[in-house]
Design a protein around this ligand. Structure first.
Ligand code: HEM
Length: 136
């Protein structure tokens, strides 16, 4: 998301507190929903570390403090996902969990829908199965 926006999505949705709730509800869904199982299986048994990391990444991506890059360097998000086979099914499972979490945590409608569309785009970009790679 652009850092040059005068008011960031981060600020409009309620800052880090909302981002933290969004990420927690996202992984809660991944753990609980049968539709999330395909993506859950790619992750380690304990999700504590990735919960913290995604909170930092999402906060920064939405326009908040750079807590992810200060720790991990350039995101290189697509490269970091290459070890995991991601196609349409995995993208859809990831987005299903994220859509529910967004509905539950972000009350500002315009911001929520803007973030949802941007995340759907990003999730599509993460696909790396030969037949289902994004076209540039
Ligand atoms: C499209 C489906 C996606 C799948 C199946 C997926 C799966 C994964 C997996 C398995 C990991 C490793 C977790 C670990 O080692 O504990 C990971 C890491 C991560 N994912 Fe995703 N992911 C997807 C999309 C996304 C999207 C759209 C974002 C951004 C909003 C994202 C952000 C991250 C971040 C920040 C990390 C940690 C990277 C690091 O090591 O610094 N992922 N993902």
């Amino acid at each position: 998301m652009s850092e040059t926006e005068a008011t960031t999505a981060y600020a409009l949705m309620g800052g880090q507190e909302t981002v933290d709730r969004l990420v927690d509800r996202f992984y809660d869904r991944m753990e609980a929903l049968p539709e999330g199982a395909v993506v859950r299986a790619m992750h380690p048994g304990d999700l504590t570390a990735i919960r913290t990391l995604l909170k930092k990444y999402m906060g920064e991506w939405l326009g908040g403090p750079k807590r992810y890059t200060s720790e991990r360097g350039h995101p290189m998000l697509r490269a970091r996902h290459l070890p995991f086979p991601i196609g349409n099914a995995e993208r859809d499972a990831w987005m299903l969990c994220m859509n529910g979490a967004l509905d539950e945590t972000v009350s500002h409608v315009e911001v929520r829908e803007h973030v949802r569309a941007a995340l759907a785009n990003l999730a599509g970009w993460m696909r790396n199965l030969p037949a289902e790679e994004p076209t540039v």
